[in-house]
Design a protein around this ligand. Structure first.
Ligand code: GLN
Length: 496
């Protein structure tokens, strides 16, 4: 791998600014790295032509001293559920296999306006429903860590933004966008040794992010370092008049001081004991304790807090998820949108055939259960009850944040599982284990970030999660950077 691909955005952007190399060279190295690591299957579409053209443009702007931002000429990738104008956006599904959006998602538009270079659209579980990137019509995305990808078995990348995670971890780009509805950015970040941010709900526009659960979806950021994450957040966050659920208050750009200047003295950090559930892996528990005492030794005040409704969040999430899925997926009827079967005998048959071929079994299962929960006779029993529970989960956080400023938890209960073990379970079993620690934040809307800590004895990344009040990203990321600087996670797998 070309050394420049392993650097952070700030360093690369400076080198571009001083003309040490041109954006075109960077794109060339990036495309080569994408090709070298193609067996991991991170990308659905490689936008090489767009990348070369954008690099040309960036090059001229650098020559004229008119670079638009720190992202000018920087290669990035985007999960294939964000609309990209004139570039296929598939959601990993047959339903949208040939869909070419006529507009850019706000996130993409802001990145492009800042000079970022799109190198490709990344793989995901169909419509972002999953925790492994194992359910895409474009095949499974493999983790770089652990066994070699050519062996018959391998570790999963996590999901549903596994393609974006592997793209960043393999040095095929400097940062990537994923989406996070129940953990889809933090989960692959944890399995692949990356920083994965789920921002406060509404901080980054959802316009053009193909919806899974509108009330929980957020664009998520995957990078190798906290500083890179801040750079991408600063470019994309803030009001969007086209998304009514987006904050209306202007976003103040985050500036985090150099790590040596950060102090966490007297910062109150809570450790919710309910996250130490029965499936928590020993090494993850050990890592959690290690980091808690590291923070304590650095002057933070670490205390145990109660979050009594944590355990109920999986059931609550899955009911709400399926209800919103049932409604969201109704738009794909093969007439206005999506895959269309050759069926002319009746409109009903056309819908039925198109939808049963266009969606995979996970999506179909969620549509059916969601519609069941929403039946007049079931609505109170399931949907309304889950909504009440959602409030209680959010209240758990409110109470915790009366006592402490931040929470420290595992991100995932275990390091990345082996593919062969993972697929023995159904999608709902997969999600209920993989998302145990991540889903509560989506139901409360609060920000959370996964920080890579260390490698397990089997050389698999272990990440921990930090959670804070709404809009506490500046403190959350500063604490993340403090930890990052203490643990010095090894970013690259030797084999690439
Ligand atoms: N695993 C969860 C699900 O399948 C979360 C997915 C996500 O965050 N996009 O619903």
């Amino acid at each position: 791998m070309d050394k420049i691909l392993s650097k952070n955005i700030k360093t690369v952007s400076k080198a571009l600014l001083y003309g040490k190399f041109a954006p075109q060279d960077l794109v060339k190295s990036t495309l080569k790295q994408i090709d070298n690591t193609k067996d991991f299957n991170a990308f659905i579409t490689i936008t090489d032509k767009i990348a070369r053209e954008s690099a040309e443009k960036s090059s001229i702007l650098y020559q004229n001293k008119k670079a638009r931002s720190q992202l000018e000429g920087i290669p990035i990738a985007i999960k294939d559920n964000f609309c990209t104008k004139d570039v296929k956006t598939t959601c990993g599904s047959r339903m949208l296999e040939h869909f070419i959006p006529p507009y850019n998602a706000t996130v993409c538009q802001r990145l492009f306006d800042a000079g970022a270079v799109l190198v490709g659209k990344t793989n995901l579980d169909e419509f972002a429903m999953g925790s492994g990137t194992v359910d895409s019509i474009f095949g499974v995305t493999k983790n770089l860590w652990g066994t070699s990808c050519n062996s018959t078995d391998f570790h999963i990348a996590g999901g549903s933004s596994g393609g974006s995670a592997v793209a960043v971890a393999s040095g095929s780009c400097y940062g990537a966008f994923g989406s996070d509805t129940g953990g889809s950015t933090r989960n692959p970040a944890s399995y692949c040794g990356l920083v994965g941010l789920k921002p406060t709900y509404g901080l980054i526009s959802r316009l053009g992010l193909i919806p899974l659960v509108n009330s929980m979806d957020v664009p998520g950021i995957l990078t190798r370092t906290v500083d890179d994450c801040v750079t991408l957040l600063n470019i994309t966050a803030g009001p969007d008049p086209q998304d009514s659920t987006c904050v209306s208050k202007p976003f103040n750009k985050i500036r985090i001081p150099p790590a040596e200047q950060l102090s966490i003295k007297n910062l109150k950090i809570g450790v919710p004991k309910e996250y130490a559930c029965e499936y928590l892996d020993d090494e993850v528990l050990e890592t959690w304790k290690e980091v808690a005492s590291l923070l304590e030794n650095a002057g933070a005040i670490v205390t145990e807090v109660d979050m009594p409704h944590t355990e109920l969040s999986i059931a609550c999430y899955s009911i709400l998820n399926q209800c919103e899925v049932a409604s969201n997926m109704a738009r794909y009827d093969g007439v206005q949108y999506g895959y269309r079967e050759n069926e002319e005998s009746s409109t009903e048959k056309l819908y039925a055939k198109s939808r049963s071929t266009g969606f995979n079994s996970v999506v179909k299962h969620r549509i059916l259960t969601g519609n069941y929960f929403l039946l007049t006779r079931n609505y109170e029993k399931y949907f309304m009850k889950a909504m009440k529970l959602r409030r209680l989960i959010a209240t758990d956080f409110d109470h915790a944040f009366e006592q402490v400023q931040m929470l420290l938890t595992p991100t995932t209960l275990t390091p990345a599982p082996l593919y062969s073990d993972f697929i023995k379970k159904s999608n709902s079993e997969q999600c209920s284990q993989q998302d145990y620690c991540t889903q509560p934040a989506n139901m409360a809307g609060i920000p959370a970030v996964s920080i890579p800590i260390k490698l397990s004895r089997k050389k698999l990344p272990i990440g921990l999660q930090l959670l804070g009040r709404n809009f506490s990203e500046p403190t959350l990321l500063a604490l993340g950077k403090f930890i990052e600087n203490q643990v010095l996670f090894p970013h690259f797998v030797e084999k690439i």
